[in-house]
Each structure stands twice: as C-alpha cells, then as structure tokens.
Design a protein around this ligand. Structure first.
Ligand code: UGA
Length: 381
C-alpha cells in the first residue's frame, strides 16, 4: 500500500469526522498531505468550513446501514472514530451504547477484512476498567483488566469496546491498529448543555460550561479520581506518526544490540510494525486529580476574565449516583504507559497540562459565551 503524504490519489475514510477528534484530524490531513477524505457523520457543525472543500466528500449516515459500511471499506485507510462516549449515557442507554460500540464497528471490521483496508479503530482507555487509586501504569499488552458488576451499567461502554478490540484482533485477514485515547482535550470537545447538546458532557466541557455560566463545578465523589489529560493536537501528531509507520511498510526492523547468556553481543530485530497493535495515546506527565483540575481551570478562567479567583464559584461535592444515576461507577486512576508508541512510532505527547487547559478554555469561552447569552435571551422571550 502506497501511503505517501503527497500522493493525491489516496483517499482516507474517516467515520465520525464531524466529531471532536475527527474535526482536528480532518484539518490536519488537509493541511499536511495531498490526500482526499471521505467523511461520514451525522453531525457536521464542527467542520462547516470544510463542507465545500474539493478534496472532501461527506456522507450523512451511520454504520447501521450496510451499504454505507461497504462504501467506507473501499478506501485503503479507514479511521473509525464513531462512538457514544459520554459516561452520562452509559447507564440509561446501555443497549444503544453497546450496539454503537460493538455491532457497528464489528460490521466495519468485517468489511475491511474483505476489502484489505487498514482499519485504525479508536477504542478507549476505559478498557482498563475499574482501576483503583493505587493502580500503576496501564500497559497495553500486560495490564490485567477488571470490570465492575453487571449491575454497574457504567461498564457497558468499556465492555463493548473491549469486545470490539478482541473481534478485530481475531479477524484473520484484517490489517488493524487499535488506539486507546486517554482523556483527549482541546477546542470543540463535546458540547455545552442546553446550547449544542443535552445531558452531562465529559469533565473538561462540563467544567468549562459551568465556568462560563458562573455556576459551581461539580466534584463527583470528592474529585479524587485521577486522569492524564492529553492535547488533541498531540493526538493528531500520533496519527501522523502512525500513518508514517504504515507508509514505511510492514516489516521495517528496529535493531538493538544486547548481550546473550554467554556474554556475546547479539542483534535483536524487533518488528516495528504499526499493524496488529493496540496503542495507548496519552500524556502521563499531565496526571491530576479532578479536584486539582477544577482548581487549575478556575484559576485559568479567572486569568482569562481578569478577575480574582475568589469571585469564581467554589466547587460543590456531589455523589456519582446522584449526579449520573444508578449504576455509575468510576476508574480511580488512568495513567498510560506510552513506551510502545515511543518505541514503535517514535511518538511522545509533549503539551503540558496548563497549556492544554488554557488553550481549551480560551476557545470555550470565546466560542460559547455569545451562544449561551443568545440562548438565555431566547429562553426569556
Ligand atoms: C470518558 C469515557 O468514558 C472514556 O471512554 C474516554 O476514553 C474518556 O472519557 C476520555 O475522554 O478519554 P472519563 O474519564 O471517566 O471517561 O470521563 P469524564 O466524564 O471526563 O470524567 C472524568 C472524571 O471526572 C470522573 O471521575 C468523573 O466522575 C469526574 N467528573 C466528571 C466530575 O467530577 N465532575 C464533572 O462534572 C464531570
């Protein structure tokens, strides 16, 4: 497969190209390559500036439609980003969450196995399950996976995602790579409740919405859970490292010298292939508790608005079950090992948390302040 970045005959299919990660990936592909993009989604508001780009073709559809799946699998590289991935929905909509995170991607994997496309499937860091506060680094091919009981529907999503990984890995003729994102954040993440979405978005968007509205941030179960937040722009760089490794071909070797048992130096040729691998994509240097995240975001928000932090409402404690509903459960720590991506792809995320948060919050404040005011005026009428 010839994947040279300047080859204008290549078309990459992106499923979920109108979503948070998809919109940034689309922009980067158009800026850094001469490829064409076949984009599939149900919502295009984040990529309106691309709708008439002559290198793009878009389809408003989802993977429930078999003919759409077959059409996508005609392209040599297929990136599947489509998912229901907001925890607030894992309890009340478990069957739908499972269908969208297992049935649909499994059908796409079957089609790619038949057509020979390289499937880059976005899974989740949530496949590591119900980690405890003292869990160490999560290592792709080593860490044991533990989920909560069947009564805790929180794990509906992770279970479906994990089953999809196993299904993909089990397909004999499929060329695949699985990506496990660790809390990507940046502009266009999720939504502001009541403005362009409903329910509870993930933590960065939920805290940003509360700050814009002058409401207290809600700390679930004390805010002691830890996450490692990763810039979506670093994630896009990971994708380019991955594409490049695909470009370099299947079996380029990485050579290291080590001593054998008798003390002689031997050459080890490890496979440096991006295929048949699951990769963590995260930034372990950016690990914080959610309470620390709340403090950082309040501080940055006060700086953006040029006000004293004391004027920004203090966080409020809520219980997970009260906030999200019966069946909520949590991973207490998600610290990625990123050695595999470094070794096989030469990739390491580099954006520090304060930079990521300032960039995201500045965008959020600029994007939503006027939209939210317009909504309030409309509601008052
Ligand atoms: C979610 C998805 O389920 C994962 O699949 C996905 O990989 C991950 O986001 C991600 O963005 O990569 P989670 O990290 O639990 O997982 O999602 P959030 O809703 O962002 O919650 C993070 C932590 O903040 C949790 O402990 C949650 O209880 C807490 N939280 C969330 C609050 O304390 N307050 C809020 O307002 C929202």
């Amino acid at each position: 497969m010839n994947l040279k970045f300047n080859d204008s005959s290549i078309t990459v299919a992106i499923v979920g190209c109108g979503g948070f990660i998809g919109c940034h990936l689309l922009d980067a592909i158009l800026a850094r390559t001469r490829w064409r993009v076949f984009g599939v989604d149900l919502d295009f508001y984040r990529i309106q500036h691309r709708l008439h780009d002559e290198r793009c073709e878009f389809m408003c559809a989802d993977l429930a439609d078999k003919s759409v799946v077959e059409r996508i699998a005609k392209y040599p590289v297929v990136v599947n980003l489509a998912a229901i991935c907001t925890p607030s929905r894992y309890m009340a909509e478990a069957p739908e969450v499972i269908r969208s995170n297992y049935d649909h991607p499994a059908a796409l994997a079957d089609a790619c196995a038949k057509s020979g496309s390289w499937l880059i499937h976005f899974s989740t860091s949530e496949v590591y399950g119900r980690t405890s506060a003292d869990s160490g680094m999560l290592v792709e091919d080593e860490t044991e996976l533990t989920f909560g009981p069947v009564t805790a529907s929180r794990w509906s999503y992770a279970t479906a995602k994990l089953l999809t990984e196993r299904y993909i890995a089990g397909l004999k003729n499929l060329k695949w790579t699985v990506v496990r994102p660790f809390n990507f954040v940046g502009p266009y993440m999720d939504f502001m409740p009541g403005v362009d979405g409903s329910g509870i978005p993930r933590v960065l968007a939920n805290f940003s919405s509360a700050l814009v509205r002058g409401e207290p941030l809600k700390l679930v179960n004390g805010g002691t859970a830890k996450r490692s937040f990763t810039s979506v722009f670093d994630a896009v760089d990971f994708m380019f490292a991955l594409f490049e490794a695909g470009l370099a071909g299947h079996l380029a070797g990485v050579v290291t010298n080590t001593a054998n048992a008798s003390g002689n130096v031997v050459e080890n040729v490890a496979e440096k292939s991006p295929f048949s691998q699951a990769f963590n994509v995260g930034n372990p240097d950016n690990e914080v508790t959610i309470a620390e995240l709340a403090y950082k975001m309040r501080k940055i928000f006060a700086e953006i608005k040029n006000v004293d932090i004391e004027t920004v409402p203090a966080p409020e404690m809520v219980s997970g079950v009260d906030y999200y509903g019966e069946g909520y459960d949590d991973s207490m720590r998600r610290l990625p090992s990123v050695e595999k991506a470094e070794l096989l792809l030469g990739f390491k995320a580099k954006t520090p948390i304060d930079v990521v948060l300032r960039e995201s919050l500045t965008w959020f404040v600029g994007h939503y302040s006027s939209l939210d005011e317009r909504r309030e005026t409309r509601d008052e009428r």
